[in-house]
Design a protein around this ligand. Structure first.
Ligand code: S3P
Length: 172
């Protein structure tokens, strides 16, 4: 089985993905990390040098590259599911799980983790909140198509992974 974790920047997709893959005995890939390893450049540097449009194309290549991997948890970037037909691709090749978090919680988390996220690096306070509000409302159109949505506000990592495991169990 192939499991894709989707959701906004800073919602904890990588942390949840790692834990979930451990518990399932699956492989784990974080598409942002894979991008940086494969192309030997950090995402902020890539955005600065080549721009977002090319990033989206290459991010899609990473996703397609993983299409034959079995028993894997894939944590995607916050924008991955919102470009091209990436969402359709993920839904047809595996299960999509949306980690849903409030704007306020995302803003709090991103305030401390902006530096490696070029889209929000220069934003803070009210500006950051407004950016998230606006972008999240657009992106929810994509995120909401996930096979399973879990509200992760104020939930512990263990609780989140348990909910996902329970969801997977009842599918069998
Ligand atoms: C992006 C999210 C980032 C990374 C890039 C663009 C986005 O991933 O792919 O900076 O468009 O939301 P995370 O969701 O892991 O921060």
């Amino acid at each position: 089985m192939r499991i894709f974790l989707i959701g906004y920047m800073g919602s904890g997709k990588s942390t949840v993905g790692k834990k979930l893959s451990d518990q399932l005995g699956y492989n784990f890939v974080d598409t942002d990390q894979r991008f940086e390893e494969l192309y030997k450049i950090s995402i902020p540097d890539f955005f600065a040098k080549y721009g977002e449009e090319l990033f989206r194309k290459m991010e899609r290549n990473i996703l397609l590259e993983l299409k034959d991997s079995e028993d894997i948890v894939i944590s995607t970037g916050g924008g991955t599911s919102c470009y091209s037909d990436n969402m359709e691709h993920m839904k047809s090749s595996g299960l999509t799980i949306f980690l849903s978090m409030s704007v306020d919680n995302l803003a709090t988390r991103l305030t401390f983790a902006r530096k490696k996220r070029p889209l929000v690096t220069d934003l803070k306070g009210r500006k950051l909140v407004e950016y998230i509000e606006n972008q999240l409302s657009n992106r929810l159109l994509y995120y909401c198509n996930a096979d399973y949505t879990i509200d992760i506000n104020d939930k512990k990592l263990e609780t989140i992974t348990l909910s996902i495991l329970q969801y997977l169990k009842q599918l069998r």
